[in-house]
Design a protein around this ligand. Structure first.
Ligand code: HEM
Length: 361
């Protein structure tokens, strides 16, 4: 929004206004001040933006880490040790990357829960729900490949799971096995996935996600919903520029939290991994699948994760009523709550149990 520089304003204010006007004239920034509903600027509707801010932190810290990391299996673990012990601020940057990744998974899951609870996946936002699921899958793929890269025992075991799942998928899973090519080690290919393929796919889906939010507007609150018809966008009494400012503010808080965690609890690194041994458990976001792997083996892991995503993908297509209020959507809310409880119980069980060998190798 342009600021008027009249006689009642001070000189620094006038200078700021002139600077802003000059910038606005060239970049058209005031176009970002379009109306949005007031509820779009509450914390629960900012979780997607906070997640996006987290991804920017991950990108910057990731580029710094890449200057010291060597994706060759013979040197990978040593290069992480070098990064922690010798590279300037290496330990802190690595820990900041680690903690931000964990927090981004938390904010993405909270964002999904908000979208689910407010029925924001309903017509006309079904495709954006599916794009969101794609973003969640990519986020988990980032965590998975990142775990392998450190090449300690946890990383070597994660890679062994990756290979066995690839073999189970046959031709479809060929890329995930060592047989795909003999010229580049699978660790190097997963690194390439972590730093090029996944960021490219993420950027593409984020652009599609944001485009649809701009086109469709943010979903209304149940209380504002008309008595019938598909959920439309609420009235715009706030501004998108306020949304951006709040998103940056909460994003900086996320950064401060990750920075504090990084200072007091640096990211762990185990001994160089030994192939064939199975003594670790997966990172917390994969824990719900661990007991299923205990019972059904690697197939259990693969099928349960596919089943979870299929169930989530079906949500907008089975809950087709126009109602947003949880009271008018009792059965889907109940189904969501049961699923969440089951995932928490499975994760709790896995957390308390001892590591069990699952792999065939
Ligand atoms: C993981 C990365 C993700 C990012 C960076 C992201 C980003 C965003 C942003 C910035 C918004 C605007 C409103 C808000 O912040 O609440 C939004 C809305 C939305 N997101 Fe996401 N999102 C992600 C994941 C997901 C997931 C996992 C889902 C669900 C499966 C999802 C579904 C949606 C839908 C349906 C909307 C429209 C909500 C409405 O109109 O109220 N997103 N997302």
């Amino acid at each position: 929004m342009a600021i008027n520089a009249d006689a009642s304003t001070s000189r620094p204010q006038r200078r700021r206004a002139t600077f802003w006007d000059a910038l606005d004239e060239r970049l058209g920034l005031s176009a970002l001040s379009y109306p949005v509903p007031a509820h779009a600027n509450t914390i629960s509707y900012l979780l997607g933006g906070i997640t996006l801010f987290g991804f920017i932190v991950l990108f910057v810290t990731g580029v710094l880490l890449a200057q010291f990391y060597n994706p060759n299996p013979a040197s990978a673990h040593d290069s992480v040790v070098y990064l922690i012990t010798r590279a300037p601020f290496g330990d802190f940057i690595r820990s900041l990357h680690f903690w931000t990744a964990n927090l981004v998974v938390v904010t993405a899951l909270l964002h999904l829960t908000r979208v689910f609870a407010t029925g924001s996946y309903k017509r006309p936002r079904e495709i954006n729900w599916l794009i969101g699921l794609g973003l969640l899958a990519l986020t988990l793929a980032f965590v998975f490949t990142g775990t392998v890269l450190k090449w300690d025992q946890e990383g070597v075991e994660a890679l062994a799971h990756n290979r066995e799942m690839g073999e189970l998928l046959g031709l479809w899973g060929m890329w995930f096995t060592s047989e795909f090519t003999r010229s580049v080690p699978i660790l190097t290919r997963l690194y390439i996935g972590h730093v090029t393929l996944l960021p490219a796919a993420l950027t593409f889906l984020v652009i599609a996600h944001l485009y649809l939010i701009k086109q469709l507007g943010i979903s209304p609150r149940a209380a504002e919903q008309a008595t019938s018809g598909p959920p439309a966008s609420g009235p715009g009494v706030s501004r998108f520029s306020v949304h951006l400012r709040k998103m940056t503010g909460y994003g900086l808080l996320l950064l401060a939290l990750a920075g504090t965690l990084a200072l007091f609890w640096p990211a762990a690194l185990g001994q160089a991994g030994v192939a064939g041994a199975e003594v670790t458990k997966p990172p917390w976001m994969f824990l719900p699948f661990y007991p299923l792997e205990d019972v059904f083996g690697i197939q259990g892991l693969l099928l349960s994760s596919i089943a979870l995503f299929v169930l989530l993908a079906l949500v907008p297509f089975v809950d087709r009523s126009p109602w947003l209020s949880p009271r008018q959507r009792r059965w889907i809310i109940l189904a969501g709550a049961i699923l969440l409880l089951a995932l928490i119980v499975l994760a709790g069980y896995a957390w308390l149990s001892r590591p069990v060998p699952h792999l065939m190798e």
